[in-house]
Design a protein around this ligand. Structure first.
Ligand code: CFM
Length: 471
């Protein structure tokens, strides 16, 4: 075992060593040289400059927030509502959920005397102001949890008064080690409070749910028509572009097709044990993965032949353009840092475009996410759990990827260091899913890599892609 930290910036945080690994021959090697798995889903060391979000963020921002026809009400201070509003483009065919955010706006007096009455008043007022809303989702925050407000009880009372579902999420920020706990709370609460609350008549033998896709910049438009072309009906989307009434009947579907395994396997598991609904895991990004998703789904319904026709038709449309981009992107080295699944979803997609991932990091991945990354990534790549900001900078400066795929928080760090960047969370000009979305992704990568700005910087003697920077 060596005492030297893998990253120079971690010399004063030895706790980081177990979160960093290099893919060795056939497996993983930790930064201290020992063979073992990377540590994940544990609390961040105090003082470590993590980029993680809170449980409330995972519940309100990721799982509950995309539901399009409910009042999205934060029970807490105004900042919690403001900073979770509008950043993630989980679009729908209406914009109520993106246009408005609601908050009980807890101030000092409310914290001292309690916020239950205020919460009830806010629910009633919001429901009166927006009579078309189909229900209310209430998200708990740290402050209201600490003073012991019984939001669940208020929700019950409010539901009787307004005559619509009022769902309370126990998603106070401090509950988990990252936003991942909020996904779990979101899944469990929606399952218990809404799923199965209505029993519709009809034939659901060819109905599926898309589970764990949030319709980021209309991702769903790229793949839903393909599932429909197989002869299937999409009953419920969990939770991109979905109404509360569709969630209530999602238990009627014959199959759950799970895209984001991290944030939504919980509800697929609960549906399997309560209703016997089977599920399959898919990746809806990239040629091989998207084709496999269609094949696996079709196989469940005995529609194999139709799947081959759909795939052939779609590939004919994109392959000439994919070939064009492959020529331009060949050999580029990529650093991906995403929440979790997209880091493993995209390794193969990038390979299909001629590129290799040399570093992959996730904010809140669990063991199963890292297993998938290790299995897919090339030897010698570095894998980092819950990276801190100096580590990200060090990877950009020392390993010099040709491109960094990450989110808005990291964009300017990349630009300052002369590294081309593509936004993998909210997309530059997405959608990126499906076959057609892959072309958008490739085009954005091409634009980032071949922007004329890099030539201008070179002329000024500034750092440009592919050159190392002293540190
Ligand atoms: Fe699932 Fe997501 Fe992701 Fe996620 Fe996210 Fe996202 Fe993400 Mo940003 S649900 S885990 S909490 S695929 S918002 S649509 S891009 S970090 S890798």
């Amino acid at each position: 075992m060596t005492t030297e930290a893998f990253f120079k910036c971690d010399e004063t945080i030895p706790e980081r060593a177990i979160h960093i690994a290099v893919k060795g021959p056939g497996g993983c090697q930790r930064s201290d040289g020992s063979d073992c798995f990377i540590a994940s889903n544990i609390a961040t060391t105090p003082g470590d400059m993590t980029e993680r979000g809170c449980t409330y963020a995972g519940c309100r921002g990721v799982v509950g927030g995309p539901v399009k026809d409910v009042i999205q009400l934060t029970h807490g201070p105004i900042g919690c509502a403001f900073f979770s509003w509008g950043y993630r483009p989980h679009l729908a065919d209406s914009d109520f959920h993106m246009k408005y955010t609601f908050v009980t706006d807890m101030d000092e007096t409310n914290i001292v005397f309690g916020g239950e009455k205020r919460l009830l008043k806010c629910i009633i007022e919001a429901a009166q102001e927006f009579p078309d809303a189909k229900g209310v989702f209430i998200y708990n925050t740290c402050s209201t949890a600490l003073i012991g407000d019984d939001g669940k009880d208020v929700a019950k009372e409010a539901a009787k008064i307004i005559g619509k579902p009022v769902v309370f999420f126990d998603c106070e920020g401090f509950r988990g080690v990252s936003q991942s706990a909020g996904h779990h709370v979101g899944n469990e609460t929606i399952f218990k409070e809404l799923v199965g609350s209505v029993e519709p008549e009809g034939d659901f033998s060819r109905a599926i749910n898309i589970v764990g896709d949030y319709n980021i910049k209309n991702d769903m438009r790229t793949f839903e028509p393909l599932f429909e072309a197989l002869g299937l009906r999409i009953l419920t989307r969990f939770t991109g572009n979905v109404s509360v009434d569709e969630i209530k009947i999602m238990h009627k579907a014959s199959l759950n097709v799970v895209h984001c395994a991290r944030s939504a396997t919980y509800i697929a598991d609960m549906m399997k044990s309560k209703y016997g609904t089977p599920y399959i895991d898919v990746t809806l990004f990239g040629i091989k993965a998207m084709s496999k998703a269609l094949r696996d789904t079709a196989a469940f319904f005995g529609l194999e032949q139709r799947a081959e026709e759909v795939i052939e038709q779609e590939l004919a449309k994109i392959m000439p353009k994919i070939e064009y981009y492959r020529q331009r992107l060949q050999g580029k080295k990529i650093f991906i840092y995403q929440g979790a699944p997209r880091a493993w979803h995209w390794i193969e997609l990038l390979r299909e475009l001629g590129m290799e991932t040399i570093a992959a990091a996730t904010t809140f991945g669990h063991k199963d996410d890292y297993e998938k990354i290790f299995n897919r990534i090339q030897e010698g790549a570095v894998i980092v759990d819950n990276p801190n900001v100096p580590e990200i900078e060090e990877i950009l400066k020392v390993r010099r990827p040709d491109l960094f795929i990450s989110g808005n928080k990291e964009k300017y760090v990349a630009y300052k260091l002369g590294v081309p960047f593509v936004n993998g969370h909210t997309y530059d000009t997405g959608p990126y899913a499906g076959f057609s979305g892959m072309l958008n992704f490739a085009r954005d990568i091409d634009k980032a890599l071949h922007s004329p700005v890099w030539e201008l910087l070179k002329a000024q003697g500034r750092p440009v892609p592919g050159t190392s920077v002293a540190h």
